[in-house]
Design a protein around this ligand. Sequence first.
Ligand code: NDP
Length: 475
Amino acid sequence: MFEYAPAPESRDVVDIKPSYQLFIGGEWVDSEGDNRNKTINPASEEVLAEVAWATEADVDRAVGAARKAFGTWSAMPGSERAKYLFRIARIIQERSRELAVLESLDNGKPIRESRDVDLPLVAAHFFYYAGWADKLGYAGYGPDPRPLGVAGQVIPWNFPLLMLAWKIAPALACGNTVVLKPAETTPLTALLFAEICRQADLPPGVVNIVTGAGETGAALVNHPGVDKVAFTGSTEVGRLIARSVAGSGKKVTLELGGKAANIVFDDAALDQAVEGVVNGIFFNQGHVCCAGSRLLVQESVADELLGALKRRLATLRLGDPLDKNTDIGAINSAAQLAKIRELSDLGEAEGAERWSPVCPLPDRGFWFPPTIFTGVAQSHRIAREEVFGPVLSVLTFRTPAEAVEKANNTPFGLSAGVWTEKGSRILWMADRLRAGVVWANTFNRFDPASPFGGYKESGYGREGGRHGLEAYLDV
Ligand code: NDP
């Protein structure tokens, strides 16, 4: 492999304040508590900023502001709400470089991904749902579907701004107001989004951002003034939330973990499949709920595919997320790195064979090399649990029926991939795979018009597309 000269994106395009307040009722306000939280750059461990840690009282103020704004926002004609959403979408496009750099700094993901995947999708979500705002009567939910009220939204750290867009765009299009809590380790793009709401002259209180930790999230979802809870994160916290809101009358959508099978048949175009496998598990350091973390490969092509995959992995560049040549960035936090290490060590202890390319890791920050486990049994924990890191478990199969059985042998059901030349086999597999999304000859493709969500322990409800409106309408 020949060397590339470093091509760093400038971090001067973004202005990070030393300290951030809460965004409530269209204003920056102090938290009523004294706690603050530092957010760091996971690639260098440098402190980027201090953010407020919202208390229950702060959450109460934010829900109050959202309630107050709900009256006028929900009464506004859809065509007027659409104008705000279109304006937000355009500002996101205009400021996309700044947002992409900030996302990479706070999250550790390569700038190539934040710039070319996250940000275009974020803008696309706002454009898409702006288009629905004045057409809700044609969405199939009755002639005049009504919004729910105040939405309490809690998002994770793997796609901070994209998850914000998935939550806020449909909520606002339908006439709801929102209080959103970003993840503790990645609050900065949500706070910049708050600025964008002001720039777009969004009426005060329609969007409120409360930063904090798990307790803040719990205070939000349990607040009696919240009519709708939308959560993306771990199955464990999803379960807690489902339990705590049961019987409250709140409408809930949960988008939780996954352990997707990426299934390669012997007639697939293997070079393309290799790219799909790499994209499936090494995109965003594997911090992807729908990651193709289990490769199921037909036995007759397993050696050939693995050989090609290993050669391809040896060309991946790990390092500075702001370098435009970087393929694999930093792991988001020390805690997540510890979890990836623990599960990988367990994989070896349970008898699977571990392989990584030669891959020097930077001295500072949180890093994990791309890793493949072969000889994995379905009972191994690396084949059952969500590692949420750049770790691929490889299993083999002989017949399509065996592939289906192994793919479905998981408590999750978020996504799956099928690689084959045969259209009829794709349809046969898609019918049988218990997964919300099945990709054919591709992986990790997202589009605002396409619904996304899970079966089983991957959660319930759909985000995206016409189906995504249902979660925010009183239907
Ligand atoms: P969590 O599910 O804990 O975090 C998701 C969001 O929920 C964060 O904003 C978090 O706040 C908040 N939260 C935490 N506890 C509560 C609570 N009791 N009530 C309401 N909100 C709460 O995920 P982690 O960040 O702890 O990651 C743990 C594991 O979860 C990962 O290793 C990964 O396997 C999986 N995960 C899966 C995701 C997916 O999309 N499928 C996304 C993220 C994680 P805070 O950040 O402040 O703790």
